[in-house]
Design a protein around this ligand. Structure first.
Ligand SMILES: [Zn+2]
Length: 147
């Protein structure tokens, strides 16, 4: 592996936990009860808010193919990385569908956006999600109301 790529990968892996910490901090500020890395759900969501029946996925821009600067593919072995990222994206879409089918709402927070995340922003997104089609499916399942 070229040094530039391995450097980038180590950077990606390292910063991957940082956005999660930020999101958790915001969840705590909102006094929302959450669980981390829930292995019993498809895709093992990074966080789950049981009261909102919402799964939160904090996505690293590189590995999950975000259309931002961090999501840019390395100059070398492009097709290799493109395939790898595409596989991740397919898996992401599959697990999201599975989660929805189980009545969970799915919120994806990109690594590059996590830093600027505020309690108000997260609340707005959670509320918006509540009004979405997924929420309709959820309410048909008579899920407990959020606090
Ligand atoms: Zn990004």
């Amino acid at each position: 592996m070229p040094p530039a790529t391995s450097f980038r990968m180590s950077q990606v892996r390292q910063s991957d936990t940082e956005p999660e910490l930020i999101v958790k901090k915001v969840l705590r500020e909102l006094d929302l009860r959450f669980q981390s890395h829930v292995g019993s759900l498809p895709g093992k969501p990074d966080m789950v808010i049981p009261d909102y029946r919402t799964a939160i996925r904090v996505h690293g821009c590189f590995w999950h193919g975000h259309a931002c600067r961090r999501g840019r593919l390395p100059a070398t072995n492009r097709s290799y990385w493109r395939e790898k990222v595409k596989r991740n994206q397919l898996r992401d879409a599959r697990t999201e569908a599975q989660l929805r089918k189980l009545g969970w709402r799915v919120l994806t927070i990109w690594e590059c956006r996590a830093k600027a995340l505020t309690t108000q922003m997260l609340l707005r997104r959670l509320n918006k999600l509540k009004q979405s089609r997924i929420a309709l499916i959820s309410s048909r399942l008579r899920l407990p109301e959020a606090r």
